[in-house]
Design a protein around this ligand. Structure first.
Ligand SMILES: [Zn+2]
Length: 327
């Protein structure tokens, strides 16, 4: 009698323990909160001995009415890429951090929260997540002074990269910093002049703003690369190490789904549309022929890939890089 009492109590205790376990686990599984947080926006690649880190500044949507082409063709090209709303086509902004082993060079800097709304301006958090600090950057190279490339160098009137010299083609600095040209600019373009001038001011005051004119190598293995048309001084950068190379091409194209198959379709953002189209056409012929790796500010993140001639014989395909580990 005594034994059976103990036994039945034990069984009851075990049953209650199980019941408790199920009661505790089952609802928690059903109610696991969603995390709503993306992975950090950086991606690493090696070009010879140089480490390249793609840094995501954020994303936004482009209204493709700013493209210059037949709207029906544009719509059908977008639909082929599963973009069904021509007023809202996904686009990203990224910059590239190059560690040569002796210099840390940042090519472009995102919008810094000065343009494009709160979905841009994430470069700094991603630079830090990638293991670097802004004070480690020795040199900032800008492809051009549009707000989504130069806006990230300043905050509250101060330099974000306190030890960096900032360099860009002189023609771009002359244009975007000119008070006369600013005064004549259309109202909706004035923000681009303001951001460029606000970005430049603290670096000019510190003697760290250095426009350049030639095309000589700036640091060993990083040289300017002429890509004219988008802005008066728009310039890419060719990174070369141990026989490998990467062209940081800035704003050669903005809407992958449209401008790769039809590079003759321009965009409002180009200062000199005809030259930008001619430059893009010639550059794509060359890059498809020699398989050069490209780092593109507005191709889907990380914006690293190559172009190849399309099987249709018209235009090009963007071939993104494969996610790889680095040694
Ligand atoms: Zn841009």
């Amino acid at each position: 009698m005594k034994i059976s009492t103990i036994t039945s109590r034990s069984v009851l205790a075990v049953s209650l323990a199980f019941a408790g376990t199920f009661a505790a686990v089952a609802p928690a599984q059903a109610a696991a909160p969603m995390q709503h947080k993306q992975v950090p926006g950086y991606y690493r690649a090696m070009i010879g001995d140089y480490e390249v880190t793609a840094l995501h500044d954020g994303g936004g949507n482009v209204d493709t009415k700013i493209l210059h082409g037949d709207p029906a063709l544009i719509e059908s090209l977008l639909a082929r890429s599963f973009e069904n709303d021509p007023k809202s086509v996904a686009a990203t902004v990224q910059a590239y951090l190059v560690n040569t082993g002796s210099k840390l060079v940042l090519i472009d800097t995102g919008a810094g929260g000065h343009w494009g709304g709160p979905t841009l301006g994430k470069l700094m958090q991603n630079l830090k997540a990638s293991g670097y600090k802004p004070e480690q950057v020795d040199l900032v190279l800008l492809t051009h002074l549009h707000a989504d490339h130069a806006g990230g160098i300043y905050q509250n009137g101060k330099r974000v990269f306190p030890n960096a010299t900032v360099m860009m083609k002189k023609a771009d600095a002359d244009f975007w910093l000119s008070k006369e040209i600013t005064a004549k600019a259309p109202e909706d373009a004035k923000i681009f002049f303001k951001v460029a001038q606000d970005a430049a001011a603290p670096y000019i005051a510190a003697g760290k703003w250095q426009p350049y004119e030639g095309m000589d190598e700036i640091v060993p293995g990083i040289a300017p690369y002429a890509i004219s048309g988008h802005t008066p001084g728009h310039t890419g950068y060719m990174i070369s190490s141990k026989g490998q190379s990467l062209l940081v091409w800035g704003d050669v194209a903005h809407v992958t789904a449209v401008q790769m198959p039809h590079p003759e379709i321009g965009i409002d953002y180009d200062s000199d549309g005809a030259t930008a189209i001619k430059t893009r056409a010639a550059l794509l012929v060359k890059l498809a022929a020699d398989n050069t790796m490209i780092a593109a500010a507005h191709m889907p993140f990380p914006g690293l890939g190559r172009v190849r001639k399309a099987d249709t014989g018209v235009g090009y395909d963007w071939v993104p890089t494969t996610f790889l580990n680095v040694k």
